[in-house]
Design a protein around this ligand. Structure first.
Ligand SMILES: Nc1nc2c(ncn2[C@@H]2O[C@H](COP(=O)(O)OP(=O)(O)OP(=O)(O)O)[C@@H](O)[C@H]2O)c(=O)[nH]1
Ligand SMILES: [Zn+2]
Length: 285
């Protein structure tokens, strides 16, 4: 029987089988000893023992695991962005998008708190910029309900992880997406902050996808060996006719990107973040 690890508590995984039944599981000796043995998001084979209990006999090969928060088989990241109150950082937004590209998972941008936005035109310009690059961008508010049904019903499958700055509205959005779930445990993990933060991950099911609930995790900053990955993450410049195919658009002769940034054809802020990310994440730039 196969299933999905939806919760990992004190090293005892809860597995949900494809018919929706849940089993509290034990790990078999060998799996238990292997490091990184099991993650929320793993597909596993189980052998039921007692009612509601089972032994995990095998962990199926995984793809696209995140280290922090630890989640296996991730399909994509929801990058949660507060356009106002507080104004989110565009630099961190671009970093998270680049990170998704490097991890080879999808990314969608979810703007929160649209009820607080005065300048809708500015918001539209922002959304258009990222939509034109090819991202799905959602405008949502948990106060008015704007955008929530559209966001929930959009076709997507698999396991999705919310990332975003503190105060961006992640837990509020999760509550709005899953009004029937008990999400209060999150409050407990917050109280613990500063002392010993409780960190755990669980998967919550919406009609279309699994949402990873990851309180206590504030990720970021990565080191990347291959700067090409960062260049490729800015695929909006792929059509530029630079003289050299592997052009990094810094000071190469015949670069077509830099002049277009100067002319405002390419977004100068995105370009600035590209340079910054190269500098910070790849040591030799
Ligand atoms: N007006 C308005 N306020 C919102 C909305 N969504 C969230 N907020 C408020 O924004 C603040 C931060 O929201 P949270 O959901 O706690 O943000 P978070 O990203 O989970 O924050 P961390 O737990 O620190 O990572 C709270 O005071 C929320 O009430 C919204 O759609 N409209
Ligand atoms: Zn170039």
């Amino acid at each position: 029987m196969q299933g999905l690890v939806v919760l990992l508590e004190a090293n005892r995984p809860t597995v949900e089988t494809d018919d929706g039944k849940r089993y509290l599981c034990y790990l078999r000796g060998k799996i238990k000893r292997d490091a990184g043995r099991i993650l929320v998001g793993d597909r596993v084979e189980i052998m039921p023992t007692d009612p509601g209990e089972a032994i995990i006999t095998k962990v199926l090969p995984r793809s696209h695991s995140l280290f922090r928060p630890p989640v296996a088989n991730v399909s994509g990241l929801f990058v949660i962005f507060s356009f106002t109150e507080p104004r989110g950082s565009l630099e961190l937004l671009d970093k998270r998008l680049v990170m998704a590209h490097i991890l080879n998972v999808e990314a969608e941008i979810v703007v929160t708190k649209t009820d607080l936005v005065d300048d809708r035109e500015k918001l539209t310009r922002f959304m258009t910029l990222y939509k034109n690059i090819g991202y799905r961008v959602w405008a949502t508010s948990v106060t008015t309900g704007e955008g929530i049904p559209e966001f929930l019903e959009a076709p997507r499958t698999g396991i999705w992880v919310m990332v975003g700055e503190s105060g961006a509205g992640k837990s509020s959005l999760a509550k709005a997406l899953l009004p029937h779930e008990e999400l209060d445990i999150q409050g407990l993990s917050r109280i613990g902050r500063g002392q010993q933060t409780t960190r755990w991950v669980r998967l919550l099911k919406t009609r279309q996808f699994w949402l990873a609930d990851t309180p206590g995790y504030t990720a970021l900053e990565m080191s990347v060996k291959d700067p090409q990955l960062i260049r490729q993450a800015f695929w909006e410049w792929d059509n530029a006719s630079c003289r050299f195919p592997g052009c990094f658009h810094i000071d190469e002769p015949g670069c077509d990107v830099l002049p277009k940034v100067m002319q405002g054809i390419y977004d100068p802020v995105r370009y600035e973040h590209y340079r910054l990310i190269l500098n910070q994440w790849v040591k030799r730039y």
